[in-house]
Design a protein around this ligand. Structure first.
Ligand SMILES: Nc1ncnc2c1ncn2[C@@H]1O[C@H](COP(=O)(O)OP(=O)(O)OP(=O)(O)O)[C@@H](O)[C@H]1O
Length: 272
């Protein structure tokens, strides 16, 4: 399905991604972990063709992706929709219009200028919002929603493109644990129910273990781990993060329970 072969990206002297090789042969939910600067975003951006590779290849269902141009490149970007940490919505525009923006690639410039959307697309947008549990917010401005709700709007916008792959760059990094959980559950359902592949950059181990079928670990631009969530032991994580013996999983945790425990310990310490 998706085959990434020796993909490399250099920015001047800096090699952000070095000879990354990854094969995805059936739809899955894949988490990419690694410390800040490991090359996770650069890898996703190359897959989506937001950034060009310096070397290597990406093929999807036998088609070479790295050389696509113009209309073909835009069509690929619809097939692998991207969502971002900061949602990238138009804050003052209503939710449903934000979702309809997901159809921009296939509308004429004139229709876009006058904000003309086919009725069928409007119905589809509302159906997707309903599926994500936020249909009642459809007429509100995006900026009036919580972070978790805004991220679900961004997911809805991605789904409007009917993508085969969803690339999520730190989708929960700006969210509190409750909202993070809702967003990860939504992504998991989209994978399970629709058979879409989800590739998510995650900065917390427990999220990767809990929601993903497969986890890839990156360090200094290289893929240093590729395996099942249960193979992601603390020892392996320590190697991926390049951390010493003092490495603490709680420090990379979004689990409500873990955070509660950490908070409780801090509160107790404050009383000692
Ligand atoms: N446009 C750019 N120009 C120069 N260097 C860049 C550029 N984009 C990324 N880099 C460098 O490439 C390396 C990998 O960055 P990248 O953003 O892919 O890492 P990351 O693992 O996604 O980190 P984070 O979790 O902080 O987003 C970093 O050293 C970064 O400074």
């Amino acid at each position: 399905m998706l085959r990434i072969n020796k993909l490399t990206k250099r920015f001047g002297d800096k090699t952000a991604v070095e000879a990354a090789t990854l094969d995805i042969d059936k739809p899955c939910m894949l988490g990419i972990i690694g410390r800040s600067g490991a090359g996770k975003s650069t890898l996703l951006r190359m897959i989506n063709r937001l950034g060009d590779a310096s070397e290597g290849s990406i093929s999807f269902e036998g088609r070479e992706i790295t050389t696509l141009k113009g209309k073909d490149k835009r069509a690929w970007q619809s097939e692998c929709a991207m969502i971002f940490q900061q949602f990238n919505l138009v804050p003052r525009m209503d939710v449903v219009s934000n979702v309809l923006h997901g159809t921009l690639n296939r509308r004429s410039t004139l229709a876009t200028m006058f904000n003309l959307y086919p009725m069928a697309d409007i119905h589809k947008a509302i159906e997707i919002l309903d599926r994500l549990g936020i249909a009642e917010h459809a007429p509100k401005r995006a900026e009036a929603l919580s972070g978790g709700q805004q991220q679900r709007v961004a997911i809805a916008r991605a789904l409007m493109q009917d993508p085969k792959i969803i690339l999520a760059d730190e989708p929960i990094a700006s969210l509190d644990p409750m909202n993070a959980q809702t967003v990860m559950e939504a992504l998991r359902r989209i994978h399970e129910e629709d058979g879409r592949t989800v590739i998510a950059n995650l900065h917390t181990l427990d999220t990767a273990r809990r929601y993903c079928d497969r986890v890839v670990g990156m360090r200094d631009g290289r893929i240093v781990f590729d395996g099942l969530p249960e193979q992601l032991t603390t020892g392996v994580a320590r190697e991926i993060y390049g951390a010493g013996a003092d490495f603490s999983e709680a420090a990379t945790s979004t689990e409500i329970e873990t955070l509660d425990k950490t908070q409780a310990v801090r509160t107790a310490e404050a009383y000692v």
